[in-house]
Design a binder for this molecule. Structure first.
Ligand code: SF4
Length: 98
């Protein structure tokens, strides 16, 4: 899932922070703030997601990215279904691939 870019901030989910909405409106990954892995592909998108990424971390019922400094706020939450950002790596990637 990739939120459409160029929308007014109030069209994005109410649970998102203003920073997440702003990034999405710019066409960036809402939490990472990086371009998408496949930056040229608009939704609907079929490809890697945060749920397929080796940097994904579970924190209770919330999902976070290991590349983003941990907070307990929703501004660092992400969803498994979100399209991957350009920092994505497959789950089986070894450290030498980084
Ligand atoms: S694709 Fe991977 S690196 Fe990018 S935000 Fe999602 S979990 Fe983090």
């Amino acid at each position: 899932m990739r939120p459409p870019k160029g929308q007014t901030l109030d069209t994005y989910p109410k649970t998102w922070t203003k920073a997440q909405k702003t990034r999405a409106s710019l066409g960036l990954h809402p939490t990472m703030g990086e371009p998408y892995l496949d930056a040229d592909n608009e939704s609907p998108h079929v490809g890697p997601t945060c749920g397929d990424c080796r940097h994904l971390q579970s924190h209770g019922r919330y999902w976070k990215c290991a590349l983003i400094p941990m907070t307990f706020g929703r501004g660092t939450d992400l969803a498994l279904s979100w399209d991957a950002c350009r920092m994505w790596q497959p789950v089986d990637a070894t450290q030498s691939d980084v």
